[in-house]
Design a protein around this ligand. Structure first.
Ligand code: HEM
Length: 417
């Protein structure tokens, strides 16, 4: 490669650290991505061997493009296969390869149609009493505690219990379920950085698969009011196979847990760090719907989404070649000044209905109605129960998870009264 090509492809070292998980990129990805968007919006990162797209229009177009593929697990699985993996790791990849989020049409279309039945507005609405009860129980557990870590005591357990309840996991097994969820999350969100975690994660995946197979057998014989029973139903002579059912349950467990934890954590932080907006919401709690949309835009749980280039094409004057990886920075799209006026201000009256917090296109988050509902109910309940809550640390000193695809706090220490 000539010097001029090198400069053309990688002109950013003076503007950003090329480690996408450097200290600043984890603590304040908005400032980091903003410099990148201004300077090099279609950026080839040689260290991570990936393109990074930071403009709203580019991210939205790429997520709808047929020149990119969502089938990103197979090449990764092939790379792992070359390192003589244990049978557990092989099985784990077999399950991940069935996840609809990693499939293209026509397989994606069929799977999505079958799974979407479990997330219709009426199915989700029917869960309101149960979710409200779980939230009230968690609020009562922390009431009177003075200072708490809101992630550990509230935002983390809530979605795990909700998705376990919805799937039909008996209450006594829910702690086990949470452990498995952690292991899968470490695998999927950390997969790009922590290859050594495969062994421990895959042990969890095998245990979870065996557990789910037993649960599926039980609900096949005696259907109950839960998602597994809905997913077992046939439709137009088509139904999910056993492998697809297990894979879908693990995807729902993963998709429904840490993301929702981070919506509640990041959303509460935005409110605590912007007292005027919290006062607005306290004065009119009926605006919780738009407020949660603004939380998803301002500092949502989806840091980036991954695709691979299928067909060679050009974006912003750069040539993308088949097989190359592309990071679509949802956080950066959500702060693009071309898409939102004054993007770095948190304004709960904005109601940004086109934000990228749940992605866009055929893979748009299937759990969005549930995530919105949980976020709205949880944040409303926290505000009502603890209207004088304050941060125990300045926002700038909080620790974030150093993961490529998600944005979430490790802890959120607060004083409740
Ligand atoms: C605030 C919480 C959540 C956020 C920020 C979020 C974000 C996302 C995003 C960005 C995608 C698109 C991924 C891509 O294009 O590759 C997605 C897909 C998906 N999400 Fe969520 N999600 C959340 C909650 C949930 C919940 C609660 C569930 C289910 C229990 C869920 C299930 C799914 C599924 C099944 C897909 C794949 C859809 C497809 O490929 O067609 N998510 N989510």
């Amino acid at each position: 490669m000539t010097h001029s090509q090198e400069t053309h492809m990688n002109p950013t070292p003076q503007v950003i650290d090329d480690n996408l998980l450097c200290e600043e990129a984890v603590r304040d990805p908005h400032a980091y991505f903003s410099r990148l968007r201004d300077h090099d919006p279609v950026y080839w990162n040689a260290r991570h061997k990936a393109w990074v797209l930071t403009r709203y229009d580019d991210v939205a177009r790429a997520l709808r493009s047929q020149s990119l593929t969502a089938e990103r697990i197979s090449p990764f699985a092939s790379a792992v296969a070359r390192s003589a993996p244990s049978p557990g790791v092989v099985t784990t990849f077999e399950i991940l390869q069935e996840w609809l989020v990693f499939r293209d049409p026509p397989e994606h279309t069929r799977l999505r149609r079958l799974v979407a039945r479990a997330f219709t507005p009426s199915v989700v609405r029917a869960r309101i009493p149960e979710i409200t009860q779980t939230i009230d129980d968690l609020v009562e557990e922390i009431r009177g505690a003075g200072s708490v870590d809101l992630i550990r005591e509230f935002a983390y357990p809530l979605p795990a219990v909700v998705i376990a309840q919805m799937l039909g996991v008996p209450p006594d097994d829910r702690d086990l379920f949470k452990e498995w969820s952690d292991k899968i999350t470490a695998l999927v969100f950390g997969a790009y950085e922590q290859a050594d975690r495969f062994e421990s994660a895959s042990k969890g995946m095998i245990e979870l698969r065996d557990y789910l197979l037993a649960l599926i057998d039980r609900y096949e014989r005696h259907p109950e009011d839960n998602l597994i029973s809905v997913l077992l139903e046939h439709e137009d002579d088509d139904a999910l196979s056993r492998d697809e059912l297990v894979a879908t349950c693990t995807l729902l467990l993963f998709g429904g847990h840490e993301t929702t934890t981070n919506l509640i954590g990041n959303g509460m932080l935005a409110l605590l760090d912007n007292p005027d907006q919290r006062a607005r919401l306290l004065a009119d709690p009926t605006t919780i719907g738009p407020a949660v949309e603004e939380m998803l835009r301002y500092d949502g749980p989806a840091r980036a989404t991954v695709r691979l280039v299928k067909d060679a094409h050009e974006i912003g004057g750069r040539q993308l070649e088949p097989g190359q990886r592309v990071f679509l920075a949802n956080l950066a799209a959500n702060r693009d000044p071309e898409a939102y006026a004054d993007p770095d201000s948190f304004d709960i009256g904005r109601n940004p209905t086109n934000h990228m917090g749940f992605g866009v296109g055929i893979h748009y988050c299937l759990g969005a109605p549930l995530a919105r509902l949980e976020g709205q109910l949880a944040i409303s309940a926290l505000l009502a129960a603890f209207p004088r809550m304050t941060l125990d640390l300045p926002a700038a000193e909080l620790d974030w998870h150093g993961t490529m695809l998600s944005r979430g706090l490790q802890h959120l220490p607060v004083s409740l009264d």
